[in-house]
Design a binder for this molecule. Structure first.
Ligand SMILES: Cc1ncc(COP(=O)(O)O)c(C=O)c1O
Length: 393
């Protein structure tokens, strides 16, 4: 290993690099909010909502406190509650099923596709009962689920579709952006998302004005006008500071997305050049999908995954597991009665996937270090059948 590669550190995520590239713009708007002393909702938030709605191509956008609330609010607005069922993926961040549970409804899991890790539309219909009120497809890692098939099932059964687009702002499906592909969509602006705030923040999009109004009211305790409460909502207001930061970042989002897509393409070239695509499964982008690569997730055989992570850590390469325990096996959902083997594709993904560093600022040297370190791992195991060519570090 060369001296240079030995000292190179490639974290899983580097938010500082992005901040430094837009520091003057950000600092100016943050100062503006402080000068205004207008901190909750207000003009920054409504301007952000208008700009984000236009970006997604949706008629309405409602800012809220988090992506988790952005799932909960439309579920409540649609009247979903105890006795109802909501079909969703077992392979997602906890909030997807947590929001369903919080309404009192039951999350009904359907296994995923092995290549995209998104809910498998072919399995949805068998999970629908007279109690099913909605489907929540998750656009995992930044690629939309197969929405035509999902919407066709929803229409047939008269049920709603809420996109979990937390990881997928800017992703498109046959030319239409996430946020316009169902009845409502939930976005997260958690700092690690493609559009990340400086804290927690989220947004709901919807075309239906009645649904949008209901979501907007629920985020302020069901209040309209002031101190008149139509229903019991909660406090899920968006901060002006978050909105101001997000407005600046939204202007850069498409450039950053292109940067992420270039990183993904470069990873693929490097892996293929080294013959590593025979040992790890690379992410796929389906025809008609525009993947925004919130994560770059590869699959290795389950015995190797944790050893590979440890090896990468030793080479100062960060990695993450999204997600090590599928939702149906979480302790808090034990009363649903699931057991290992119920959703084998999701369970295999939980054992075999590893997220590699992914952000637009990654340099070619950093990418070569990541790929070289993975090649080295397999070479140490004497698996790699031939000498690596370019990425010998
Ligand atoms: C798929 C998915 N759904 C929901 C959420 C919840 O968003 P938040 O963390 O902003 O509440 C996240 C993000 O963490 C997510 O990745």
């Amino acid at each position: 290993m060369s001296q240079q590669a030995e000292t190179l550190s490639v974290p899983a995520l580097d938010l500082k690099a992005q901040y430094l590239s837009i520091r003057d713009e950000i600092d100016a708007v943050v100062r503006g909010v402080i000068e205004s002393q207008y901190f909750i909702l207000g003009p920054e938030v409504s301007n952000f909502e208008a700009e984000a709605a236009e970006y997604c191509g949706s008629k309405h956008a409602i800012g809220c406190a988090s992506g988790s609330d952005a799932l909960l609010l439309p579920l409540l607005a649609l009247g979903i509650g105890p006795g109802d069922e909501v079909v969703t993926s077992p392979y997602s961040f906890f909030a997807t099923a947590g929001a369903v549970w919080r309404t009192g409804a039951k999350p009904v899991f359907v296994d995923i596709e092995p290549d995209t890790y998104n809910i498998d539309p072919a399995l949805i219909e068998a999970a629908i009962t007279p109690r099913t009120k909605a489907i929540i497809p998750v656009h995992l890692y930044g690629q939309t689920a197969d929405m035509d098939l999902i919407n066709a099932i929803a229409t047939k059964h008269g049920i709603a579709v809420i996109e979990d687009a937390a990881q997928a702002i800017g992703a498109a499906y046959h030319g239409r952006r996430a946020g316009t592909l169902g009845d409502a969509a939930a976005f997260s602006f958690y700092p690690s998302k493609n559009l990340g705030g400086f804290g927690d923040a989220g947004m709901v999009t919807a075309d239906d004005p009645v649904l949008a109004k209901s979501v907007a009211r629920l985020r302020v305790h069901g209040m309209e006008p002031k101190y008149h409460h139509h229903e019991v909502g909660f406090n899920s207001r968006l901060d002006a500071l978050q909105a101001a930061v997000l407005r600046v970042k939204l202007r850069h989002l498409d450039d950053w997305t292109e940067g992420r897509r270039s990183v993904a393409a470069r990873y693929r070239n490097l892996f293929v050049d080294d013959g590593l695509d025979r040992l790890i499964t690379l992410p796929t982008e389906r025809d008609g999908h525009h993947h925004v690569f919130n994560q770059y997730v590869v699959r290795v055989s389950s015995g190797d995954r944790d050893d590979l992570r440890a090896h990468l850590a030793g080479r100062k390469v960060g990695s993450e597991i999204y997600y090590p325990i599928p939702l149906h096996l979480q302790v808090c959902f034990a009363s649903l009665g699931h057991k290992p083997g119920d959703f084998p594709i999701a369970e295999a993904a939980a054992n075999e996937t590893i997220a590699l560093p992914m952000y637009p600022e990654l340099t070619d040297q950093a990418l070569r270090h990541v790929v070289g370190s993975i090649g080295e791992f397999f070479e140490n195991q004497a698996i790699l059948p031939f000498e690596r060519k370019r990425n010998v570090a």
